[in-house]
Design a protein around this ligand. Structure first.
Ligand SMILES: [Zn+2]
Length: 389
């Protein structure tokens, strides 16, 4: 009996421990989300109440419990503590539990726990500050390449990527696809659609999940984005235009121009991918027929979803323009032009990071099942045997 089997009776205990560990790491994630955007250190000074600046004692800093026991209020100033803190802790806890449940006692578990924590930080910082931290994505890409080396050398690792070249393919495909989507948005709107942070975020996911993971993540994220985005349009319509004031972004978000840099990345990645596909075709001579249909269908699906996202951005942009014309009288036009420009930029920028992170996590947990489901559904079609013998 090997070690994992011997520990089987303690399964529930380790599930609980994973959740507790996740809550503790989530507590640290909160610190990163609050301090990284303003460039503060995450180690010192120790945690303070953001309103009265009093230091928080260790017994008031226990994940989830302290927030509940204090009734969501600061002990010193009695002002409310944001529900974002316990939410981040609980989400990280659940993700750690899922990682343990899925990967058990393998090298994949600590690696994917760290990845989950990074994605939690990226998601909540993108939602609150409209930036995705380089502190996560840049070391994350390198870590993904390193993890692929473990996958190559240790065959019981349970990792999703088993060769550094697969990680590199994932990164290149991710950067290529996001820059392509961005290029479409730039052409249609004459303004950047997704930030360059999204490129780095999906490239990091590509390093951990490979090129199949990138396609899967992007498809899941696009479906989630379309569904949630369309739902939000209807909610906004129902509540009237007053609601839109609350959704305004914080002032002066970091907004790197993606046009020129994006074009360079796009070209470089396209070249790399062309060479990779050419080399792969050279070795395999021909594509297996059972793979052709799923790949073709996937390519069409991505093109269609890219169209939906672009159309969605265009719709929001037009709404914003109409509102702008409605609001600003002729006399104010010249004075506030610069300010109005900023609001328009905020208005049509879509924070795609949270969808990418969620898509990546879903693929991390259920990727092999989703791929199996997809290939069987696609190759079992009634036309397939005749069309591609
Ligand atoms: Zn306070």
């Amino acid at each position: 009996m090997d070690l994992p089997q011997a520990l089987q009776p303690l399964h529930a205990f380790f599930m609980a421990m994973s959740f507790v560990l996740g809550c503790m790491v989530g507590s640290f994630c909160n610190v990163c989300i609050c301090r990284w955007p303003s460039g503060e250190s995450v180690i010192s000074p120790r945690s303070r109440c953001p309103k009265c600046r009093n230091a928080i004692a260790w017994y008031d800093n226990i994940p989830l419990l302290s927030w509940l026991l204090l009734g969501a209020k600061c002990r010193h100033c009695s002002l409310p503590i944001s529900w974002q803190y316990p939410l981040v802790e609980a989400v990280t806890g659940v993700l750690f539990l899922l990682v343990y449940w899925r990967f058990g006692f393998t090298p994949a578990t600590p690696i994917y726990m760290a990845l989950s924590a990074g994605l939690v930080i990226a998601t909540f910082q993108d939602l609150s500050d409209w930036t995705i931290p380089n502190e996560i994505t840049l070391p994350g890409m390198l870590a993904g390449l390193g993890v692929a080396l473990i996958g190559m050398t240790y065959d019981k690792s349970m990792l999703r990527v088993l060769h550094p070249l697969d990680a590199l393919d994932g990164m290149a495909l991710a950067a290529f696809l996001i820059c392509l989507l961005d290029g479409v948005t730039v052409l249609l709107l004459k303004k950047p659609g997704m930030g360059f942070g999204d490129v780095k975020l999906l490239a990091m996911l590509g390093a951990f999940l490979g090129w199949k993971g990138v396609i899967g993540t992007l498809l899941i994220a696009s479906v989630l984005g379309s569904v949630i985005g369309v739902t939000m349009i209807f909610v906004f319509r129902a509540k009237g235009e007053a609601k839109e004031e609350d959704e305004e972004a914080p002032a002066e978000p970091e907004y790197p121009p993606v046009d020129s840099l994006g074009a360079i990345v796009l070209g470089g990645c396209a070249l790399y991918l062309l060479v990779r596909v050419a080399v792969a075709l050279q070795f395999s001579q021909s594509l297996p027929p059972e793979l052709f249909r799923p790949l073709l269908a996937g390519a069409i699906a991505i093109a269609a979803l890219a169209g939906i996202i672009s159309g969605f951005s265009l719709y929001i942009y037009q709404q914003q323009q109409r509102e702008r014309k409605h609001k600003s009288g002729a006399q104010e036009e010249a004075v506030n032009e610069e300010e109005e420009e900023m609001i328009t930029l905020h208005g049509h920028y879509l924070p795609f990071g949270p969808y990418l992170a969620l898509g990546g996590l879903i693929f991390l947990f259920f990727g092999p099942e989703l791929i199996r489901l997809y290939t069987t559904a696609m190759s079992a079609g009634p036309v397939s045997p005749g069309l591609f013998p």
